[in-house]
Design a binder for this molecule. Structure first.
Ligand SMILES: [Zn+2]
Ligand SMILES: [Zn+2]
Length: 101
């Protein structure tokens, strides 16, 4: 009988729901519930860079409004410009973290 073996998945560190909520709250409080790009009321926690290799931590998360979040993810003309604003913002706060990463 053939041995059925699951393909090993890459281990990803996942936060619990409670940790996700706490992280979201910490990011929103740091950013004063305002979008870090335009200053409007923030609605989303955005991970920079977006994608599958997310590291859930405050150093890679920002608060964004609906519009800026949409631009960052879906607007080919402005996405990179928004990314730069977000990265500059985070680097400015977490210089040590970004020096070693
Ligand atoms: Zn915004
Ligand atoms: Zn996002």
């Amino acid at each position: 009988m053939a041995e059925l073996r699951a393909i090993p998945k890459k281990k990803k560190i996942k936060l619990s729901v409670g940790q996700q909520i706490a992280l979201r709250k910490a990011i929103f409080e740091r950013d004063h519930y305002c979008c870090v790009v335009c200053g409007k009321k923030a609605q989303h926690r955005h991970h920079e860079p977006p994608g599958s290799n997310k590291t859930d931590r405050i150093e890679t998360g920002v608060a964004l409004c609906v519009e800026c979040h949409n631009i960052r993810h879906n607007d080919p003309n402005r996405s990179l410009q928004w990314k730069k604003i977000i990265v500059d913002y985070l680097r400015n706060i977490y210089a040590d973290y970004y020096k070693s990463n």
